[in-house]
Design a protein around this ligand. Structure first.
Ligand SMILES: [Zn+2]
Length: 110
């Protein structure tokens, strides 16, 4: 997702991690469960658009190592950089949250 200066996040770090959604590394993803809006933090070992090239059969692993975690996603209540309570930020920015959800929310789908 490209940076949009009209988006008012709690801090530049949060904005940067939103822009990384779907790319390998750390990113923040909007998420809705049971109608409740939240953000999740995601660690991704492979770009989302490259996952198709990463079938388990192509991993040259000589011995069974068990399942590999290519993408790990979990909830977060506060911005890790500035400490903003994200539920409060979401309640003040519902339209932006829903815009983000439509744009990048699919990266956080289970
Ligand atoms: Zn922040």
């Amino acid at each position: 997702m490209e940076y949009n200066p009209r988006h008012k996040f709690c801090c530049d770090s949060f904005a940067g991690h939103i822009c990384e959604a779907g790319r390998k590394g750390l990113s923040y993803i909007p998420y809705v469960f049971d109608g409740k809006r939240s953000f999740r933090v995601q660690a991704r070992a492979c770009d989302a658009d490259r996952m198709q090239y990463l079938p388990a059969a192509r991993l040259a692993i000589p011995q069974p190592v068990g399942s590999l975690a290519i993408v790990i996603t979990t909830g977060m209540a506060y911005c890790p950089a500035c400490g903003t309570e994200l539920a409060q930020w979401i309640s003040r920015n519902e339209a932006l949250f829903d815009e983000l959800l439509a744009s990048i929310g699919h990266y956080g789908a289970d």
